[in-house]
Design a protein. Structure first.
Lengths: 335, 347
């Protein structure tokens, strides 16, 4: 396997302080490898966006990163902990090393500035000595990269369609050739046809430019098609992580299984589907033990008492997948 | 396919609501030089749509945002007056503006909206919402016990049990799925014949969507409702609906039995839509470059077939003449509004 770019270790993110704190992300360990698309799937409130903001230090108060580290591996250098960077380091790190495309990115462009101004502004901020002409040339190049005609450079955001605005956002994220791009539900507001065009372009760009992607979405069927590995979150924890094809063929956690069976299929026989009974848990009053056990069809007594550990399951030893479920207890979690 | 032909055979196909030639143009305000010109321009939101809703059947209307599918629902609910075209409810032509006639119409045709977070009033309890629906439509009974019984029945019907636990809750105390169930209960409060569901599950969490769809299907079977299911997700239309109609830029381009439309799409747009839908079973090699472009402006839609600027098979006739629906013989009621299937064309 290729080397790691970003390593999250024991990350805990809370909203609020003290006894009233809501634990939105708990004990997350996750590794992003070079050049891969890592899918992060989960329902609303599962902590997937909080995780993304926590690891980039974009979390607005009252969110606080309670503990953990986020190691970023530079080219040929020692890993640095993003959570312990000072202000200047962080400023240099952001966008140049890790870029983020936000949820509802269509509305994150400034409506009163032209696309060109917004694109060149990024380059100017990180490289003040560049010339106006070189910045404009780069902006033109970026638009070409995401498949927009360069004459759109002078447009205002409202003159572009939703799909084009989304492309501009992706182009902006790539402006400084970051090694990690985090995409938080980048295509939820778009139609399926446009969504597919943009994702195809993204996969193509990743192959050409070699960056890694963390792709956050609630649409698991999309991830199975577009990502290399998938991590599934539930109630603030990662409950299963596996290669996309393995997860689709053979989901180990009952929640992953339920999620995969919540999408009606477009092909094959028409089956009766049930979804998952119950509702996602309230983070303020999480169930004891495994947070999925009240909705789990295969819950045992143990599930309500002990929190399962994420690790390589004993019955799948030697594979590179992990699961947190008492149905597949971990033989040895010092992997 | 067997499912719906069985339904057709069992005689549950009585037409409840029928729309023919339904058209809606929204006028746009004139600006600048246009003020001097005569005639008004408009957004051609819906053009010449024929639709039939049958008792005990689910009809899906699939399309991208801006295709006019929600406008069709609003026209059917008479929330907007149509520009032209007729609506027939139970065989009688409907002419509704407001007041008593509108109320009588809405008693029989109810609508569920996309966002249960917005369609319930946050300062009122579930009891208030349902009581109001019952009272307006004269189904609250005479005594307090009658009302209580009706409320309990409604909540039980949408599988919110025990009903006492939900009656005095405020919307913010309920989850998205529960809220949508309350919205459905409110619509059922009128005891309607037709339920217009505008993207009823797209705002809900993935794992609870199917619960709400299965509930709607169950209600359809028990109360013999005619349901119009509006969605952008063609896979869920296949799962839930008996018949599927596909809309593009304000026109219906293809329709017929759901299984036929999704398995043997005839119109190039339907084919593009199906190729674009996320499908984990798709072999990687099959992921062909479906096409580019975006839906046209509806203020000045393309002449002829509205899909022609994006269509890989576009012919000369497509740019000049609007294709009528051509019947296809591979499924009951399957048609496509595409010149590829015209009399002159081979195949």
């Amino acid at each position: 396997m290729s080397d790691a770019v970003l390593e999250i270790r024991g990350l805990n993110v809370d909203y609020g302080l003290g006894a009233d704190a809501v634990h939105a992300v708990r004990d997350v360990n996750l590794t992003l490898h070079r050049g891969e698309v890592l899918g992060l799937a989960g329902e609303s409130g599962s902590g997937k966006s909080t995780l993304a903001y926590g690891m980039t230090r974009l979390l607005p108060p009252p969110g606080v990163v309670a503990s953990g580290e986020v190691l970023y591996h530079r080219d040929g250098g020692d890993p640095v902990d993003v959570l312990r960077m000072d202000h200047a380091q962080l400023r240099a790190f952001r966008w140049a090393e890790t870029a983020i495309v936000f949820q509802g990115a269509m509305n994150s462009l400034n409506p009163v500035h032209r696309v060109s101004t917004q694109l060149t502004d990024v380059i100017k901020a990180h490289d003040p000595r560049s010339t106006t002409a070189s910045r404009l040339a780069r902006a033109r190049e970026l638009l070409a990269l995401v498949g927009i005609a360069p004459d759109r450079l002078d447009s205002y955001p409202h003159q572009l369609s939703g799909g084009m605005r989304q492309r501009v956002m992706i182009g902006m994220a790539l402006a400084l050739e970051p090694r990690v791009v985090i995409m938080d539900e980048p295509t939820t507001a778009l139609d399926v046809v446009v969504q597919r065009q943009i994702l195809r372009q993204l996969v193509d760009l990743r192959e050409r430019l070699g960056f890694s992607v963390v792709f956050i979405t609630h649409d698991l069927s999309l991830l199975v098609e577009f990502s290399d590995r998938i991590a599934i979150m539930y109630g603030g924890r990662i409950v299963e992580e596996a290669a996309a094809a393995d997860l689709y063929r053979d989901p180990l956690h009952p929640y992953s299984d339920g999620l995969l069976h919540s999408f009606p299929a477009l092909r094959g026989p028409r089956r009766e589907l049930t979804g998952i009974p119950g509702a996602p848990p309230d983070l303020r009053s999480m169930p004891s033990g495994c947070s999925f056990h009240p909705r789990c069809p295969r819950a045992m007594e143990r599930c309500g008492v002990e929190v399962p550990v994420l690790g390589v399951p004993g019955d799948r030893r030697g594979s590179d997948r992990t699961v947190a479920c008492w149905l597949h207890p971990v033989q040895d979690n010092r992997f | 396919m067997t499912h719906s032909t069985a339904a057709a055979a069992s005689g549950t196909t009585e037409v409840v609501l029928e729309a023919s030639g339904l058209t809606k143009h929204f006028p746009i305000r004139k600006r600048g030089r246009e003020l001097l010109s005569r005639g008004t321009r408009g957004v051609h939101a819906v053009d010449d749509v024929d639709l039939v809703l049958r008792r005990g059947r689910v009809t899906a209307l699939v399309g991208e945002s801006g295709s006019g599918k929600s406008t069709v629902a609003r026209l059917l609910a008479q929330l907007h007056p149509q520009t032209s075209g007729t609506l027939r409810l139970g065989g009688e032509e409907v002419v509704v503006k407001r007041g008593r006639a509108f109320r009588a119409y809405s008693k029989r045709v109810q609508m569920i909206f996309q966002d249960p977070f917005a369609s319930l009033n946050p300062v009122h309890t579930v009891r208030y919402h349902l009581t109001r629906a019952l009272k307006i439509h004269g189904r609250a009974g005479k005594t307090a016990q009658d009302l209580e019984q009706a409320l309990t029945d409604l909540l039980t019907r949408v599988q919110l049990s025990p009903p006492e636990r939900y009656l005095d809750k405020f919307p913010h105390e309920l989850s998205g799925g529960q809220r949508q169930r309350v919205a459905i209960a409110r619509a059922l409060g009128a005891d309607p014949e037709v339920l217009l569901a505008d993207e009823p599950v797209s705002m809900l969490d993935v794992s609870i969507r199917l619960g709400v769809l299965n509930l709607l299907r169950d209600l359809k079977d028990r109360l013999l409702l005619a349901i119009l299911y509006i969605t952008h997700d063609i896979a869920s239309a296949r799962y839930f609906a008996d018949e599927t109609f596909v809309m593009y830029a304000g026109r219906v381009v293809e329709g017929g039995d759901s299984e036929t439309v999704t398995q043997h799409p005839a119109h190039p747009y339907t084919q593009l839509l199906i190729d674009s839908a996320p499908d984990p079973d798709r072999p990687a090699a099959e992921d062909k470059d479906g096409g580019s472009g975006e839906p046209p402006s509806l203020i000045d839609p393309p002449r002829g077939c509205r899909f022609n600027p994006r269509c890989p098979f576009a012919m000369d006739i497509c740019r000049t003449e609007v294709p009528p629906p051509f019947p296809l013989d591979d499924g009951p009621g399957h048609f496509a509004a595409c010149w590829l299937y015209g009399e002159g064309a081979a195949g």
